[in-house]
Design a protein around this ligand. Structure first.
Ligand code: GLU
Length: 386
């Protein structure tokens, strides 16, 4: 249990301590029962964001809805997910502008300015672009502008896509060093069984161990318009939890729940961060950075990394799979091929093949004091997946 949060009675105090909040809005939250963008949904979300901002908090939105808005603009037939990638991209291109227009006009009422940021997975996996996006968002927050982030659907293709916007919201939470992620859903929170099928389903107020909870969770229903289901929200909260960020999953359809939350009363599900969370840079290594190949290492090296917090040296390397360049991300696997760590390689894969198994002095004797050394992945650029 998070140390500042001792049950729902202290929730107001807990919320007071949270200054930077990422608010994730799913497509379903923005649609009315005719599958069209609902202006009252935008008003509800902007009013909630305004309440948080009045409490001296910074709010960053991650909003879906572009594809659904575009379908409506282009008059496509009733909801279905059977659209090709270019069709969805065209919907997003049309719908994103309408999405921003609706947010812009709903926030204007409170004198709040908005900015659009569209990201692809590439922008997160490149450290340079990741830091650049962060700097831009910080500058916007300094100017009291609400950044509204979505995936850059029009140029995303399978290899560089986020799995969905729940995933994106968790990565953004780490990117902006958020204190809290609030995921607005079309249900009240997480239930012990499917509330549509079971009348006696109970809302879970706190999920203390998100890792175990996800393992046992079975997805029961998904909407046609959104991409994620509850499992993807739980997975997003797990990613956030790993970076020390708590998550709240709450209904975004119900203005009363949002008003209550702004007043410090929680009606949804609270998911505290993991106790053994990792620093933000290592979190990025695990969840953000692209991994290009694999380094297979022996038992002694596995032990040194996991239990002694050591760097990866050439002497413990058995094999290299795939091709990668110096500075790129790699999986580090044990002899059985199990991934247990991720790191940034100091050398090209072809060079590691030459020095693998060699001790430091052997590398020096063979190749001189030059380009190659025994240090293949420094411990500061290495994160253990467990
Ligand atoms: N980027 C998509 C959209 O704006 C939504 C993806 C998702 O909800 O996961 O429609």
């Amino acid at each position: 249990m998070n140390k500042e949060y001792n049950g729902l009675n202290d929730f107001k105090k807990y919320l007071d301590s949270k200054k930077r909040i990422v608010l994730k809005i799913g497509t379903q939250v923005l649609l009315n029962d005719k599958d069209k963008l609902s202006l009252s949904a935008f008003k509800r979300i902007c009013s909630f964001s305004h309440s948080l901002i009045q409490q001296q908090k910074e709010v960053i939105l991650v909003s879906s809805g572009a594809i659904a808005a575009g379908k409506d603009i282009l008059n496509t037939p009733p909801p279905s997910n059977n659209f090709s990638m270019p069709e969805k991209q065209a919907f997003a291109a049309c719908g994103q502008a309408l999405l921003m227009k609706n947010y812009g006009s709903s926030f204007k009422k409170y004198g709040i300015k908005t900015a659009q940021i569209l990201l692809t997975k590439d922008d997160i996996s490149s450290r340079k672009r990741f830091v650049n996006a962060r700097n831009t968002i910080y500058e916007l927050l300094k100017n009291k502008v609400v950044p509204i982030i979505n995936e850059n659907d029009t140029i995303s293709y399978e290899e560089i896509k986020f799995s969905d916007n729940d995933h994106l919201s968790a990565l953004v939470s780490n990117l902006v060093c958020a204190d809290l992620l609030i995921i607005l859903s079309n249900v009240r929170g997480v239930y012990d069984k499917n509330p549509v099928l079971h009348k006696d389903a109970k809302l879970i107020k706190t999920i203390d161990n998100i890792k175990d909870f996800i393992r046992d969770f079975k997805e029961t229903s998904k909407s046609l318009q959104g991409t994620g289901g509850m499992k993807s929200k739980l997975y997003a909260s797990f990613i956030a939890a790993g970076a020390g960020i708590d998550t709240i999953i709450i209904s975004g359809k119900d203005g009363k729940s949002l008003d209550s939350l702004a007043d410090g009363i929680l009606t949804g599900t609270f998911i505290p961060s993991l106790k053994n969370n990792i620093n933000k840079k290592k979190h990025w290594l695990l969840f953000g950075m692209e991994k290009k190949g694999q380094i297979v290492i022996d038992k002694g090296a596995v032990d040194a990394i996991i239990n002694k917090n050591k760097s990866l040296l050439a002497s413990g390397i058995l094999a290299v799979n795939g091709e990668f360049k110096k500075g790129e991300g790699v999986y580090i696997v044990n002899e059985e091929g199990k991934i247990f760590s991720i790191g940034i390689s100091n050398f090209d894969s072809k060079d590691i093949k030459i020095i693998k198994g060699l001790k430091s002095h052997e590398i020096k004797t063979k190749f001189g004091e030059g380009r190659l050394s025994a240090l293949v992945v420094h411990k500061d650029k290495l994160a253990v997946t467990a």
